[in-house]
Design a protein around this ligand. Structure first.
Ligand code: RP5
Length: 151
């Protein structure tokens, strides 16, 4: 994520990965304030054995796109809700990538962070049958929790 202030949103991605039993790491890497850290992180990611990067940032959110420019790993972008523009700035700056450098962009805020965790899990589950079963169980639990009527 681009800032510690993004953690309130991005912790939902981490919690989702924990629930799915997916090993992960969390780092603050700012495209603007720590550009050298971003370059080092993105270029080393595949070699360190990472499989998917979830990048959350807000405002002029260049982190996911810049990360995607430096790795062939799948990059999932989470637009963090900004104070000034409610995350529309984050969303548009993450989603409008030029053809050739993809970022899989999720919804603004908490739903996007949760879904980034689930989507990362789904990508990893393609080569991990046990994880695929845990994802299926997660879906079943969610379905079973939906009541037939509001009251
Ligand atoms: C972005 O600027 C971060 O991703 C964060 O969403 C936003 C504000 O950062 P702080 O000023 O709270 O550190 O780079």
């Amino acid at each position: 994520m681009g800032s510690r202030s993004d953690w309130e949103t991005m912790r939902h991605a981490a919690e989702t990965l924990e629930r799915l039993g997916v090993p992960h790491e969390t780092r603050v890497v700012s495209a603007h304030r720590t550009p050298d850290r971003l370059v080092a992180y993105a270029k080393a990611a595949a070699g360190r054995g990472l499989k998917v990067i979830i990048a959350g940032a807000g405002g002029a959110a260049h982190l996911p796109g810049m990360a995607a420019s430096m790795t062939a790993l799948p990059v999932l972008g989470v637009p963090v809700e900004s104070h000034a523009l409610k995350g529309m700035d984050s969303l548009l700056s993450i989603v409008q990538m030029p053809g050739g450098v993809p970022v899989g962009t999720l919804a603004i805020g908490k739903p996007g962070a949760i879904n980034a965790g689930l989507l990362a899990g789904a990508i990893l589950a393609l080569s991990d049958p046990a994880l695929a079963q845990r994802l299926e169980a997660w879906r079943t639990t969610q379905t079973d929790a939906v009541p037939d009527a509001p009251a």
